[in-house]
Ligand binder design. Structure first.
Ligand SMILES: C[S@@+](CC[C@H](N)C(=O)[O-])C[C@H]1O[C@@H](n2cnc3c(N)ncnc32)[C@H](O)[C@@H]1O
Length: 221
């Protein structure tokens, strides 16, 4: 999936993935991570997610990464935040209060960029990518995260033959293949996706589950 695909979606306003209110799984499961306020939460492939707004309101610092400048600018405008902008070779960095939002490619991030991260919140990031990119995404995430960082991961599962992604269906087995070598994985939630905006309009899927996982780093032996 080319970056241009996403730039075009944002230019044309085809952002059916955007939720006007924070994700229900985030609200249900976030506290179980037990993170102190002031912890830094990395939000990959962030869009203009209201989940970031919620995390900020809960007292966390947010580090977001998003390809589209349209999305980044919309996030600041819609949250009435004035951002200071800095241009780095790989990113335009927007900063305001407790958020640093990088406009650029997730795959250009380094371990240094993520050194302050305490936890990752992945909603509609892994599942936005086609199968061949998911392995590269998870490997890059694992490489760049500091040793103690944990993750709340929200996926969708549905019969892939019934719809072309994105969003793609990502099974529990695949989550385990992608992250199981480095993380302990606990599935903390599984809910059937009903009428609240998904499945995408006009799609008639026999089943769609939203699953939530808590990933914690395995201790080095
Ligand atoms: C399905 S959307 C989800 C956005 C957000 N997580 C949410 O829940 O609303 C995926 C987002 O990832 C962005 N994206 C795709 N590939 C990317 C990459 N390589 N680096 C940074 N952002 C990327 C797209 O522009 C898009 O906004």
């Amino acid at each position: 999936m080319e970056n241009e695909f996403w730039h075009q979606r944002w230019r044309e306003g085809r952002i059916g993935f955007h939720q006007p209110t924070p994700n229900a799984q985030l609200l249900t499961h976030w506290q179980s991570l037990g993170l102190a306020r002031g912890s830094t939460i990395f939000v990959p492939l962030a869009g203009k997610s209201t989940d970031m707004t919620w995390l900020l309101a809960e007292g966390y610092k947010v580090l977001g990464i998003e390809l589209s400048r349209v999305a980044v600018e919309a996030f600041f405008a819609e949250n009435n935040l004035e951002a200071a902008e800095e241009h780095l070779p790989d990113f335009d960095v927007f900063r305001a209060q407790n958020i640093e939002f990088r406009c650029g490619d997730f795959f250009a991030l380094t371990a240094e960029d993520l050194a302050s991260v305490d936890a990752v919140y992945d909603r509609a990031a892994l599942i936005a990518l086609p199968p061949e990119m998911r392995a590269a995404y998870a490997a890059h995430m694992t490489r760049c995260l500091p040793p103690g960082a944990e993750m709340l991961l929200v996926t969708l599962e549905y019969p892939q033959a019934e719809m072309a992604g994105p969003p793609f269906s990502v099974s529990e087995e695949e989550v385990s293949e992608l992250y199981g070598a480095d993380f302990n994985i606990e599935r903390v939630g599984s809910v059937s996706v009903g009428a609240e905006g998904r499945p995408p309009a006009g799609k008639d899927l026999s089943e769609m589950l939203e699953k939530t996982y808590h990933l914690t780093r395995k201790k080095a032996v």
